[in-house]
Design a protein around this ligand. Structure first.
Ligand code: F6R
Ligand code: ZN
Length: 184
């Protein structure tokens, strides 16, 4: 066949189509460890916090995965909904995120513990370097959707931030505040 139809992405919503898909939904109840008021996640444990849609494509050295994260709006206490966040198991492997809809932050942290954020919005492009943990945070009132492209061999390491990320993002007096975390 000389003309193969491509997969498709609706840029305005992040809806993927025309290819085999995998969806993984993460519930609030799965995330008690990441929020300051973790116990509050158990009030609505079955509420979806985010969903990741991926094209079910072959992995392997040199291959890339494409997926969209839909992070729903909400807060746990005063802390905005966020993804679990991770380093890649293959530490050197980076990733690119593209903001599609909604408003939020991409929180990044290197292996020295330095952390910073970038605003995510429709059209934003984020080059996540290797050796850098990353987490999305939804500071808006709509779903935050971001497209991601990453090496299929990257893997996820959810355990190597023993103290969590060094920054927290909360709402205070109706405003988004980025706070440094103090470890005792
Ligand atoms: C893949 C990647 C994203 C996240 C997704 C969910 O490397 O960074 O597809 O996996 O945003 O976040 P986590 O995996 O931290 O629960
Ligand atoms: Zn990643």
């Amino acid at each position: 066949d000389l003309l193969i139809q491509p997969f498709q992405l609706a840029w305005a919503t992040g809806a993927l189509s025309h290819g085999p898909l995998i969806r993984k939904t993460t519930l609030l109840g799965d995330l008690s460890a990441i929020f300051t008021d973790g116990d509050a996640t158990q009030l609505f444990p079955d509420r979806p916090a985010y969903a990741v849609d991926m094209f079910d494509t072959p992995g392997g050295e040199g291959e890339l995965y494409v997926g969209v994260t839909h992070l729903y709006p909400g807060k746990v206490g005063d802390e905005y909904f966020m993804t679990r966040g991770h380093f890649h198991q293959r530490r050197e492997q980076g990733e690119v995120y593209f903001g599609l809809q909604g408003e939020g932050l991409l929180l990044m942290q290197n292996q020295q513990g330095q952390a910073w954020t970038e605003p995510v919005f429709a059209g934003s492009v984020h080059i996540i370097p290797g050796y850098t943990a990353h987490r999305l945070i939804n500071t808006g009132s709509q779903t935050l959707s971001a497209l991601a492209v990453w090496p299929s061999t990257a893997g996820h390491d959810y355990t190597s931030l023993p103290h969590g990320f060094a920054l927290r993002v909360i709402e205070k007096a109706g405003k988004v505040r980025i706070m440094a975390v103090k470890h005792g």
